[in-house]
Design a protein around this ligand. Structure first.
Ligand SMILES: Cc1cc2nc3c(=O)[nH]c(=O)nc-3n(C[C@H](O)[C@H](O)[C@H](O)COP(=O)(O)OP(=O)(O)OC[C@H]3O[C@@H](n4cnc5c(N)ncnc54)[C@H](O)[C@@H]3O)c2cc1C
Ligand code: FES
Length: 292
């Protein structure tokens, strides 16, 4: 079990709140605490409005330690995020940051295949860039059915071994760092793989030689059916990895057990663990998927 980071309750000031699509926003917050400790996979608990008793959890998309800023990529789904969509530069709120257990990088001889679905892109964008900085061979796959929130570009960075897409598009902010990325959609779209993102991952793994496949770790975040499918891919190819789970949260600091998920113990029994402080990142093969 991981050692969760020490969190700080801190004031956060909106620097910008840019609308990316009809329902998705990029929010930059400035805060005096809770930035420098933040690692990919950590999240914040953000107070959206005084009328709402509970804060809302959001993955950290990026940080700038020098500037004291933290970015969040969010989707408007309900009351809290609707309040957030109206925030202007200078708006002040409070948050708990950072929270939980972060992703851990693969061993030095391993490579990382990141599989994101929709808004689950946020922690994996951060992780991909951190892995690249640390010299880990990293590929990011994103399954997306709505308008892409971030700019896309023709890909010039080759995939690990095999590319199932002709003339692929990639995500500019990853491409700019030399990280290969690919997109999938269930609809036919030029430059995208047609199908589920987990099918795209399986195609890539299938074409790897045995050693490269054995040396690949999966990192997953997205809707529950997608995470379950990714766990199946991991077991099909006998590889490991990590997943960032999403659960409804109340306190956000481990006090209420309102956010539990079934997680296997070392002796193969299982227990409910708190997603906020025992996670949100868990070993992909430790999650008891049939109980979620
Ligand atoms: C660790 C973690 C990281 C997250 N990271 C992000 C992120 O980076 N960007 C982002 O847009 N969202 C993220 N979420 C989901 C986000 O917390 C919810 O969308 C948000 O709390 C909804 O608040 P609301 O008041 O707008 O909606 P509510 O009115 O509370 O709910 C609206 C709808 O969203 C669903 N919902 C609410 N909370 C959650 C939740 N925790 N998980 C799944 N579904 C939920 C509800 O069932 C309902 O259908 C994350 C959740 C967790 C637990
Ligand atoms: S939200 Fe209270 S224990 Fe996780």
């Amino acid at each position: 079990m991981c050692q969760p980071v020490t969190s700080h309750q801190t004031k956060a000031t909106v620097l910008f709140n840019q609308q990316l699509t009809k329902t998705q926003f990029l929010l930059r917050l400035q805060a005096s605490d809770g930035i420098k400790e933040a690692k990919p996979g950590h999240f914040i608990h953000l107070n959206c409005h005084p009328s709402l008793t509970l804060p809302r959890p959001f993955s950290i998309l990026d940080t700038d330690i020098k500037q004291g800023t933290l970015d969040v990529f969010y989707q408007v789904v309900g009351e809290g995020t609707q309040h957030m969509a109206g925030w202007q530069a200078g708006f002040e709120t409070t948050m708990l940051s950072p929270i939980g257990c972060h992703f851990t990088k693969p061993d030095s001889d391993q490579n990382a295949l990141l599989i994101a679905g929709g808004i689950g892109y946020a922690p994996l964008d951060f992780f991909a860039r951190e892995l690249k900085k640390q010299g880990v061979k990293t590929t990011l796959l994103l399954g997306i059915e709505s308008d892409p929130p971030f700019e896309l570009t023709s890909s010039s960075t080759p995939l690990l071994s095999y590319d199932p897409i002709k003339n692929p598009l990639s995500i500019s902010r990853q491409e700019a760092m030399g990280i290969p990325s690919r997109l999938s959609s269930l609809e036919e779209k030029p430059g995208f793989y047609k199908g589920y993102v987990t099918q795209l991952a399986a195609k890539i793994l299938q074409k790897m030689d045995t050693k490269e496949c054995e040396n690949t770790r999966l990192y997953v975040c997205g809707p529950t059916p997608m995470m379950k499918a990714a766990a199946l891919v991991a077991s099909q190819f006998k590889i490991g990895g990590q997943v960032s789970l999403e659960e409804h949260m109340a306190c956000g600091f481990g006090g209420c057990a309102g956010c539990v998920a079934p997680i296997r113990d070392a002796d193969d029994s299982w227990n409910y663990r708190r997603v906020c402080t025992d996670g949100p990142v868990f070993d992909l093969n430790d999650v008891v998927w049939e109980k979620i």
